[in-house]
Each structure stands twice: as structure tokens, then as C-alpha cells.
Design a protein around this ligand. Structure first.
Ligand code: OXD
Ligand code: MN
Length: 586
């Protein structure tokens, strides 16, 4: 494959000068080349071919045991000043960051091959799309990028002689935790990642580019990069309306993106279509509405808990062309993870490659084990998911995991209030996650670890974008996780969340009223359809309540959180907080 773009060639040469690989291989996007790389990775044991009848084109991979998750403490935004990175990001001066990682990465590809992956985030050639070049010494990364993004020659063609591409450099080095760094250089359009081989740290198109770098680009260029799923809701008349939704980790984002409506809804002809499960790039459309596109081409989903009941669409997506990482490898060439079914296999290898006995209670799959599955496999993938112009958004949904405070659903009064609702997003830790129950972690717009610049400036950007649109999407907040006094979830969740989506749609099109409360508009219980569900209206009323005492505590927590951002907090958000306080005193 020939590259005519001089800037790309220079970048590849500079990378080779630093990393000193034995050879350089350009990824052209062809199946032949990918197959040759698979053969090579199988020969070294980097990947294992799974049973080709049960799981055609599926492979298995284990990471090092010290390298199983994103490392937020070692992730830095290397903007020109610390102030520009803001209080919620780690910061390193760009010159120091380059010098430090020059030292760490120098010569580390000696004896290895350096792969050059031209990739497009978004449909190649779409006005939403952005191009990157990732350098890596990992075939696993190449194979994952080939699923998660559009790669190869067609991307270089689309780039032409433009210099507008993100420069990503990944080197496995020695998988040394002490020298592991994930660095974003927003002003340089550049990313460096070293000493890791795990997904979120090394698939540079995903969190590093499509969120951290892209959020910065979006502010500069007047669009938005958000940590959001996108789904379409088709009604019995065959009309589809789209929503984007942001939730912190472990709140069921992939499940909501692939929701199967309850029986009664399906009988009437309702359908839910998946456009994306993790990231949304949002632009102003020619008709004054927001349009969203999923910049990815695959799902990098958490395996444990995924099963025929919780998410049959996700499971179906993994039956072909998928890479499984850190799950249980069975000797029949299939895989298993906790929650796949109730029959943990015996005599198999756990995620570390050790013989594993489920009777010991030890987990077989790592809790953050993953599948990398092509989006086109998903049975409910939207016919519009590759529309180069994106899909128009009717609503934006924020959410979190709150035991008592937030009602099942509420609607913000207007755009600015909605931005406020996003800015105070929070989840409470569960016992399983940390040992400490009920600790509130603020995660504005689910972007805390992913915003590439100062969070308060990011809120200002949201407010500014609201001023540009004629038809603003309505903004909602949901909470599927209210607990009863015994600590059980009250709302059934999963497919039944369709009932809440239906109310949200009805509000978007002025088809239903609501109760005005201190925090926003809450449904009249009668307006949430409970047909076919064993759930009393009194219990529903219970989870729609807004407890003023709890919200006064919440306000104190918000003040404390906002204090981190000092003077940069937009006046509109301060006014919203004051309004909430006043409403609670009424
Ligand atoms: C992810 C995450 O992996 O948000 O998508 O952590
Ligand atoms: Mn995510």
C-alpha cells in the first residue's frame, strides 16, 4: 500500500526513529492481510482460534494479569497549561510528557514489527468523521481496531494530503505498570500509550481519540463528542425517534442500547434499534436539529453478566467475528463468563490461563473481561447506523445509580436546566464495587475520565451549543436503581425501561402532562404504562417521589463539587443551583 500523504509519512518515520522496529507494516484493511496476521498471532499464542462451527471467525486473547483495565491514575491530559486540563484531569506539561515517554519508548520495538493503522472514526467520508493513524506493535490491537473502526487504504484516500489526523503511538514496551502512561495532547492532535496491552488503553480510537481528543476538537469546531449510547424507538406507525443517553460505568448502557421491549409493546409493533452503545458525536444539522453518529464500528463490551436474558442482542453480536479477552477458555473451543448461564464449566482455564475450579468461588473470567464484536452482527442494529449524516435527536437522557435521591425519571425545564442536570450526574458505589456503600461519585455527563479539557469550559460549551439549535432535544434524567429498605431494586429495569422511554417520547411530542416539582417535571404515575407488568401504581408513585430533605443534602454535595471548578463555573449553572435551592425551600 502506498501512502502519498507526506505528513503521514513523516509521522511514521519519526515513530520508527524513536521505536526502532525491525520492520514496518501498513494495514491496508484487506481480509487477506488480517488473516495473515491472525495466523502469525496464533503461532505465537497471542490469540487462540475458537471452534469455527460454534463461533466462526472468533478468537481468544489474554492480557497480562497486571493489565486488565483502563488506568485513570496514569491517564494525563497534556494541554499547554494545567488550567486548561482543569481540576478533574491529571495534567503533565507536553514537553515533559514527550521527554518522559521518549525515554520509556525509545528502541522498544527492536525485534518487533511496527504496524501503521489508518483508521476513521465514523463512516469514511462522512462530515462527522475524523481520521487517525495508530502506530502499534500489537497484532491484537490491529485486529481489534479492524473491528472497532474503519481501517486501511480507503481511509488514507479519504485523508488525501490533509494534515488533519490524530497521531496515535502505542508501544507495549514491557507491560510495566510503573511506566504505564496514557497521554493525550489535545493541542497537537496526538496520543501516546505505553506499557499496556489492554483495550481502553491501547485501542486509541476509542476513549483517547473519540472522547478525550474529540471533545477538545468539538469545542474548537462547534460540535460535541459525548460518552453516550444512541438508540431509535420505532412506534407502531413505523416512525422512529432517536435518543442519546449518558450513564456512568456499570449502569447498563449496552443493555439499554439493545433493549427488547416487553411482549405487549412488541405485539403492538414497537421496536428499539441500536445506533451505538458507547460514544456519540453530535453536530448541528441543516434543519436546526442535533444529529448524532456513532463513530465506532463495533462493541467493546463487558462480558460478565451478558446472557440470553439480560441482553440477547449483545450475546448474538458475539457469535461471529469476535475477539474475547480475559474470559474462561474451554477445551471445546468456546468461552464462558460469570453470568453467561448457571453452569460454570469444570476443568477449564480461567482468564489467567490457570486450571480453574468454580467450586472455590474464585471467578473464572475477569470482571472487566470483554468481547470485541462487529456492530453489524447486532440483530437490532439500526438501518440508519451508518447514515453519513447521523440521526436526529429528540431527547438526551442522563442517568446514574441512586438508591433514594433521584426519581425513576424526570425532565428538565429547558436546555440550561438540562445541562445543570447533566453536570450534577452521580452514581452511588455498590458494595460489590468498592466495599463502601452509598458513596456518591459525581460523574458529569459520564465524562469525568473522558473530557479532554476543563470540565467547567465543557459545560459552557454545552450551554453555547444549546443557543445554536432551533429545535433543542428535551433533556431527561433516569434512575433505574431505587432500592427498597431491604436493599432490593424496586424497578424491574431491562426491557421494562421501554415504559419510561415511552413517557419520554410522549413528553418530547407534547402528548402528556407532568407534575412540576422542585427538581423538574416528574410523571403522573398514571402516565407510565404498567400493562402486562406485575407492579403496583403505589410502588410506582413511591419511586417517582422527590424527597426534599434528601435533595437539600444533594444541594450541599453539589456546592462542594462545584467548588472544585472555582470561577470557571458558568453563571447559568450557578443560577440553576440557586433556583433548585429556592425551590426546595418553597
Ligand atoms: C467503557 C467504559 O469501557 O466506559 O466503555 O469504561
Ligand atoms: Mn464507555
Amino acid at each position: 500500500m502506498e501512502c502519498k500523504n507526506q505528513q503521514v509519512k513523516d509521522f511514521v518515520q519519526q515513530s520508527a526513529d524513536l521505536l526502532k522496529p525491525d520492520q514496518i507494516v501498513w494495514i491496508d484493511g484487506s481480509e487477506e492481510q488480517l488473516e495473515a496476521l491472525r495466523q502469525q498471532a496464533m503461532a505465537t499464542g497471542e490469540i487462540v482460534k475458537l471452534d469455527q462451527e460454534k463461533l466462526p471467525n472468533c478468537y481468544y486473547h489474554r492480557t497480562a494479569v497486571n493489565d486488565v483495565a483502563r488506568v485513570e491514575a496514569r491517564t494525563f491530559i497534556c494541554s499547554d497549561t494545567k488550567e486548561h486540563a482543569g481540576a478533574t484531569n491529571n495534567w503533565m506539561a507536553p514537553a515533559d510528557a514527550y521527554a518522559m515517554t521518549d525515554e520509556i519508548m525509545r528502541g522498544k520495538m527492536a525485534g518487533r514489527t511496527m504496524y501503521v493503522i489508518p483508521f476513521s472514526m465514523g463512516v469514511v467520508g462522512s462530515p462527522f468523521s475524523k481520521i487517525g493513524i495508530e502506530i502499534t506493535d500489537s497484532i491484537y490491537v490491529v485486529l481489534n481496531m479492524a473491528i472497532m473502526t474503519r481501517t486501511g487504504e480507503k481511509v488514507l484516500e479519504a485523508l488525501g494530503d490533509s494534515n488533519d489526523f490524530v497521531r496515535g503511538q502505542h508501544a507495549k514496551c514491557d507491560i510495566d505498570e510503573e511506566k504505564r502512561y496514557i497521554l493525550q495532547f489535545p493541542e497537537d492532535n496526538a496520543i501516546r500509550s505505553c506499557n499496556s496491552g489492554y483495550g481502553g488503553n491501547v485501542l486509541l480510537g476509542k476513549k483517547c481519540f473519540a472522547l478525550r481528543i474529540a471533545s477538545y476538537q468539538g469545542r474548537k469546531e462547534g460540535w460535541m463528542a459525548e460518552h453516550m449510547l444512541i438508540l431509535g424507538i420505532e412506534n407502531p406507525q413505523g416512525e422512529t425517534k432517536y435518543v442519546a443517553a449518558a450513564f456512568p460505568s456499570a449502569c447498563g448502557k449496552t443493555n439499554l442500547a439493545m433493549l427488547i421491549p416487553p411482549e405487549g409493546y412488541r405485539a403492538k409493533g414497537y421496536k428499539v434499534w441500536t445506533v451505538g452503545d458507547d460514544i456519540a458525536w453530535i453536530r448541528l444539522g441543516p434543519d436546526g436539529r442535533f444529529y448524532a453518529q456513532n463513530p465506532e464500528a463495533g462493541f467493546f463490551g463487558v462480558a460478565p453478566g451478558t446472557n440470553e436474558k439480560s441482553n440477547p442482542n449483545a450475546l448474538a453480536s458475539t457469535r461471529e467475528g469476535t475477539i474475547f479477552t480475559n474470559v474462561v477458555l474451554k477445551d471445546d473451543g468456546t468461552v464462558w463468563w460469570e453470568g453467561l448461564d448457571k453452569n460454570p464449566p469444570t476443568g477449564q482455564l480461567n482468564w489467567k490461563g490457570e486450571p480453574w475450579d468454580p467450586a472455590t468461588g474464585e471467578k473464572g473470567a475477569h470482571p472487566n473481561s470483554r468481547f470485541t464484536a462487529p456492530a453489524r452482527n447486532c440483530p437490532c442494529i439500526s438501518p440508519e447506523w451508518e447514515n453519513p449524516n447521523g440521526v436526529p435527536l429528540s431527547a438526551i437522557i442522563f442517568g446514574g445509580r441512586r438508591a433514594k435521591t433521584a426519581p425513576l425519571v424526570y425532565q428538565s425545564r429547558d436546555w440550561d436546566h438540562g445541562v445543570f442536570v447533566g453536570s450534577i450526574m452521580a452514581s452511588e458505589t455498590t458494595a460489590a464495587a468498592t466495599g463502601a456503600v452509598g458513596v456518591v461519585r459525581r460523574d458529569p455527563m459520564a465524562m469525568l475520565p473522558f473530557c479532554g479539557y476543563h470540565m467547567a469550559d465543557y459545560w459552557q460549551h454545552w450551554l453555547d451549543m444549546g443557543k445554536l439549535i432551533k429545535t433543542q432535544p428535551k433533556i431527561f434524567n433516569v434512575n433505574w436503581f431505587r432500592l427498597d429498605d431491604e436493599g432490593h431494586f424496586i424497578w424491574p429495569g431491562f426491557g421494562d425501561n421501554m415504559r419510561v422511554l415511552q413517557w419520554i417520547m410522549a413528553r418530547c411530542f407534547d402528548e402528556v402532562g407532568a407534575v412540576d416539582t422542585p427538581i423538574g417535571y416528574v410523571p403522573n404515575a398514571e402516565d407510565i404504562n404498567l400493562e402486562g407488568l406485575d407492579f403496583s401504581i403505589d410502588t410506582l408513585k413511591d419511586i417517582l417521589t422527590v424527597d426534599k430533605d434528601l435533595w437539600r443534602e444533594e444541594v450541599a454535595g453539589i456546592h462542594e463539587f462545584y467548588a472544585k471548578f472555582g470561577d470557571r463555573i458558568p453563571a447559568e449553572l450557578k443560577a440553576e443551583l440557586a433556583k433548585l435551592e429556592a425551590n426546595l425551600e418553597k
